[in-house]
Design a protein around this ligand. Sequence first.
Ligand code: BGC
Length: 415
Amino acid sequence: MSLKKLLIGASIASSLFASTAIAEPKVEVLHWWTSGGEAAAVKVLMDEFAANGGTWTDMPVAGGGGEAAMTALRARVLGGNAPTAVQLKGPSIQEWHEEGALSDLSEVAKAEGWDKILPDAIAKIHKCDGVYCSVPVNVHRVDWMWGNASLLAKADIKMPTTWAEFNDAADKLKSMGITPLGHGGQPWQDATLFDSVLLGVGGVEFYKKAMVELDLDALGSDTMVKVFDQMRKLRGYVDDNFSGRDWNLATAMVMNGEAAFQIMGDWAKGEFTNAGKTPGNDYLCAPTPGGGYLYNVDSFAMFKVDGDENQAGQKLLAKLIVGEKFQTAFNLSKGSIPARMGTDLSDFDYCSRRSSYDMAVSSANGSLLPSFAHGMAVRGVFSGAVTDVVTNHFNSDISSAEATKALVAAVKNAE
Ligand code: BGC
């Protein structure tokens, strides 16, 4: 055989070898799941990734709601050293895509049939210019109220179905020396209360106008004044030491009988589950007063990185996240429900089954709404501006009318 033929043969063999050599999948994952329930849930993903031959480097950044994690992400990207996989939310997925930062996941999406498995509304959030650029982990419901079962029984109080009922219950609890509302004083937690209060007091159409369309008339309306009035009421129901408290410590107050209620998304249920508590027995769940359903989807986006091992890791992680096994095991721990359609919910508790049922109903009647507080409704610049006003009002004595004016001004300035 001539030398030339030999060389050609060798080069074909080596290129074949290169393309068939299997890179060991690796990921570095930036997320903000650091509470007890959150850490138990993320461990499900770590274990499954390892069971499939992957190596996981964890990059947890503490701070509920993810603000600190997003600051860490920006620093890493600016330093030219993006993590391979990042927990992101709704519109921020598009913002990172516009920066050219996200990998195209269409190959995995096609192989796994994501278009057939994911509901259209969820698939849409995870596509950038029509191509999958991120994957959904779950659906959290934000407009939930959690109650300590024995405290409420002691006070002869049922889970309130209107804000007036809530206020009456809270006044009664207060007169009995019980803290009505477990709350942590951090801006995103104040915004989480605001989400539910605004939906309950203003209704579905008002929520859409004010929080999704940022309509200035709705933002400056008398209805908004009433929303701030109810926020002021809630401020009167929290204990003196709430400032700076983490959300999971507020959940622990409800768990331990130090507060009767918490208004928080169903990641709070992950805390109850992790502590071995069951709904109906130890705690009660009910949607906050008013109609509708505020959704908050946790997603992972894969950032553009070099290296076969990293890219293999991204593909494996994306595939596992949408897989049925993971969607069930993770969400049982996390308090949320699977994003994947048709997942069997028989092992889930009644709060989760209620969430799934209400989501289907609200999707059919147009009341399925993106959570403003959890970055699903509007881009970061607007949610930051609105959150500032909400938290300033909650932590000062300004009137509802002044807060309403400030809200309009903040949104105008952010435009
Ligand atoms: C996330 C949840 C998380 C919660 C508290 C929310 O924005 O969607 O997954 O548990 O913040 O950290």
